[in-house]
Structure formats: C-alpha cells, structure tokens
Design a protein around this ligand. Structure first.
Ligand SMILES: NC(=O)c1ccc[n+]([C@@H]2O[C@H](COP(=O)([O-])OP(=O)(O)OC[C@H]3O[C@@H](n4cnc5c(N)ncnc54)[C@H](O)[C@@H]3O)[C@@H](O)[C@H]2O)c1
Length: 439
C-alpha cells in the first residue's frame, strides 16, 4: 500500500522559502516524514504561487522538485484549485490574511509566517474559518524552538525563575533588508511588525499563564504566586529618514514597550528595539539579544555571540559573518559524510507537517476531531493563541500611524472600559477604538 501523502502548496517564494521551507521540502521528499504514531508520510511540494513566478522557475531548473507554479493576481486561487492539502503562506506580512483566508475557506491546513496577521479582526476571521472547516491554522514563530529560549521557558515553568518583572530584547536587521530585499513592499511598513513580533511572542508564550501547575506555592517561602497576567498597555516610538522621507510612514527603527498587569497590582514591562538599517558589514547577519529580570534572577542571552567568532580574509563580514547563528539554520558536512541543512528555523516547519500528519493519519478517522483539538490546543503556534501578539502588532501599527500624522506619544489601553484596544491621545478626550471586543 502506498504511503499517505500531504500535498503542500507554497504561497510566496522569497527569502524565507529559500532559507527554511526549501530545505524542509527537499529532505522530506528524500526521506519522508516518520513518527511511530503516523508511520511514514510523504510530503510533496505540489504547487507554488508567487507574484511573478521568476524565482519559482529558477528553483525548478536547479532542483528535482516537480511542482506546478502559478503567478499573478489569482495565483493563490489557482494553487488551491490545483489540489493541495496544506498551504504555507510566506508573502509580505500585509498580504498574509488574504491568502490564508482563501486557503482556510477551501478547507486546507494553513501555516502562516510571522506575524500571522495585522489585526485582531483578521485573526478572528481566520480562527473562525479554521474551526468551521476543521483544519489547522498555525503560525511560524521559530524563536520558540531556539534551544536557549526553550531552556528559559523550562526554567520558568519549573519555577527556577520566579515572577518576571521586566526585560529588553533587540533585533537589528541589515540595511539590505529594507534597501533591496523588501524594496518592493517596504512603503508604509516598519521593522517592528517584521521582527519585534518574534520577541512579542517569546515573552507572551514564555511568561504567559501556561504553567501546568499555576498558581504555584513557593517551597521555601510558602507564598502562592499566580502567573495569570493580562496585557495592559502598549506604547511605541519610531525613527524615519533613511528608508523613506523623515515625515513619511515608512520606518527605519522602532522602540516598542509592552506592559502586562498581574492580579495583585504588580506589573511587568518589556522594551523591544528593532531596526532594518544596520550596516551590511555588521559582524553578524542580525543582532539579537535579550535580558529578562525576575524576582530572584536575571537571564541574559545573546543569539549571535554564542561563542563562535571567525575571520576569513576578504570574506567576513560581507559574504560570511564573524558571529554566525548556526542554531537557527546552517549548512553542514555531517561527521558521517552527508551534506545537510538544519536548525530550529527548519525544525519548526517540520513540526507543522508532523501536526498535520498526526491529525490526518495517526489512528482511526473517527478520532480525527479529538486529534485536531489536541493539536489546536498547542499555544506555541495556533492562531487562537496569537491574540496578544496580534493585538500588540495592531496597536504598534496604529501608534506609528499616529506619529506619522504628527501625534507621537499615544498609548493603547487593552481591555479597558473603552474596548479591547483603545488608542488614547495625550491632551485629547477623543478615543480611537481599534478593536471593540475582548482581546
Ligand atoms: N521566520 C523568519 O525568520 C522570517 C524571516 C524572513 C521573513 N519572514 C516572513 O516571511 C514572509 C515573506 O518574507 P520574505 O523575506 O520571504 O519576503 P520576499 O520579499 O523575499 O518574498 C515574498 C514572496 O511573496 C510573493 N508574493 C508577494 N505578494 C504575493 C501575493 N499577493 N500572492 C502570492 N505571492 C505573493 C513574492 O512574489 C515573493 O515570492 C514575511 O511575512 C516575513 O515576515 C520570516
């Protein structure tokens, strides 16, 4: 009997396809996907959709992949009509919603690049469609798979770090991202939505109320602490003048502050600084650093300076980087002679396909609903658990828009008397409700 198969559709064939999806599909095509619960499942890249189709054609020529390529305005509809089972959406972030909506409406499992969507209204639509059509709607947040972040989460869940109070994160992208890579869609965009979202999710997931045993009793002090916090307010500032005009709405760098409130009146605040105008000859591809402070400890981590520092005359730091992050994604000659590409950026894509395989092929069809619900309950990647992250992105975009209109210093209040997301302007009584429902 032939192995069951997942036919994958890929929407968007840009940089992230090359970095993470392509190596996953190529390995899956060679080796299949195997787990004891679902056995061997074939994963085939069946169809791709993009704006012009040129990168798809280039990839087809240089690979053994046998996919159909659709290009142009209705490429997504054509891909869906071609017949696929799961769809990956890796288009620019302000175009995720439309492709994901169409795919979910067509009853396909969907994986969306971060940030899932830009408003809670869009998120509600996707979540409702996924539920109605009994499919998965998931988001890629690969930083949750970084071994250092997994260990941070483990320490927090195990109670080694107690009660987070504040922290900072920074992620600086090279100028080539804003200057050439995204030149086509950079207008009106900002680096916060593009990369702060990694850390927004990391904070929300790692320190959110997901401890299996919360509230917990401290074995030493016997005090009981509840980890249930709620998102309280969001502020941000941005700078312009390099990627676009100094008075426009295209941003060079963004500083975001997010505040959570605990039931006992204490608060936790996090600053996330991002940019996409760092010089291209920076020693690492991106600069990424975090620091979190707890009642009883501090966690400092640097994603770039993990110990490797290399110099090659004439090649670093341009073509090769001085401080690389091989944990995310690296090409290797394995000790057993095989060439490979691996890292948490690729593992997280594989995990989604394992989840689809589990729902569809693991156990009896009559228990599919049970399996679907179990996978949906995974808060690390389900759209239903992406509410706080999307709320923060929606608030940040509205705050930057206000700043571009000459009203800096606004604040978005969360789940207050005026609605789920209410934008308040200093010195004015007027309130702009971004999302009326509960976040
Ligand atoms: N996980 C990560 O670390 C990571 C890194 C980079 C990018 N991303 C995310 O991946 C997404 C894509 O980023 P990228 O760097 O690959 O961008 P890119 O500009 O290199 O590629 C975008 C692709 O989308 C296609 N496209 C654009 N509009 C389309 C439409 N309406 N229908 C179909 N295809 C369309 C383009 O033709 C192109 O193939 C973004 O959401 C970004 O945030 C994630």
């Amino acid at each position: 009997m032939a192995n069951p198969i997942i036919r994958a559709g890929m929407i968007g064939m840009g940089m992230i396809f090359d970095d993470t999806y392509r190596p996953f599909f190529e390995r899956a095509q060679l080796e299949g996907l195997y787990r004891r619960d679902f056995g061997v499942v074939e994963v085939e890249l069946s169809a791709v959709a993009s704006r012009t189709g040129s990168r798809a054609e280039k990839y087809r020529k240089e690979s053994a992949a046998k996919f159909v390529s659709f290009a142009g305005a209705d490429a997504t509809q054509q891909l869906l009509a071609h017949g696929v089972d799961a769809v990956c959406v890796a288009t620019p972030d302000d175009r995720h919603f439309e492709s994901a909506r169409l795919a979910l409406e067509a009853g396909k499992h969907v994986l969306i690049e971060k940030p899932s969507v830009l408003t809670l209204q869009e998120l509600d639509t996707l979540d409702a469609l996924a539920r109605k059509n009994n499919v998965l709607a998931k988001v890629v947040y690969h930083k949750l798979g970084d071994p250092d972040h997994k260990k941070l989460h483990t320490h927090y869940v195990d109670g080694n770090f107690k009660h987070v109070n504040n922290g900072y994160c920074t992620l600086l992208e090279p100028k080539s991202i804003s200057g050439s890579q995204f030149a086509e869609w950079i207008k009106g965009r900002n680096p916060g939505t593009y990369v702060a979202v990694h850390y927004i999710k990391l904070i929300d997931f790692t320190f959110g109320d997901r401890r299996p045993h919360a509230p917990r009793e401290d074995p030493v002090t016997r005090s009981v602490t509840s980890t249930i916090w709620r998102l309280a307010r969001i502020t941000c500032n941005g700078q312009r003048g390099l990627v676009g005009p100094a008075t426009g709405n295209t941003w060079d760098s963004v500083q975001l502050q997010v505040v959570y409130a605990y039931p006992d009146g204490r608060e936790a605040a996090f600053d996330i600084h991002t940019s996409w105008v760092t010089p291209d000859n920076f020693p690492g591809y991106v600069d990424q650093e975090v620091q979190f402070r707890f009642d009883n400890g501090v966690w400092c981590a640097h994603q770039r300076k993990r110990g490797v520092e290399m110099t090659i005359e004439g090649r670093t730091p341009g073509e090769l980087k001085i401080t690389p992050n091989y944990h995310y994604n690296g090409t290797f000659l394995e000790p057993w002679g095989e060439r490979s590409q691996r890292g948490y950026g690729i593992e997280i894509i594989q995990k989604f396909f394992e989840e689809v395989a589990h729902v569809e092929f693991s156990g009896k069809p009559a228990q599919r609903a049970e399996r679907l619900n179990a996978i949906r309950a995974l808060t690390y990647n389900d759209v239903a658990a992406d509410r706080n992250t999307v709320a923060i992105v929606q608030a940040m975009e509205a705050l930057l828009e206000r700043q571009a209109q000459g009203q800096p210093g606004c604040v978005v209040e969360v789940n207050g008397p005026r609605g789920g997301l209410a934008l308040l302007t200093p010195g004015k009584s007027e309130v702009m409700v971004l999302y009326p429902g509960h976040v």
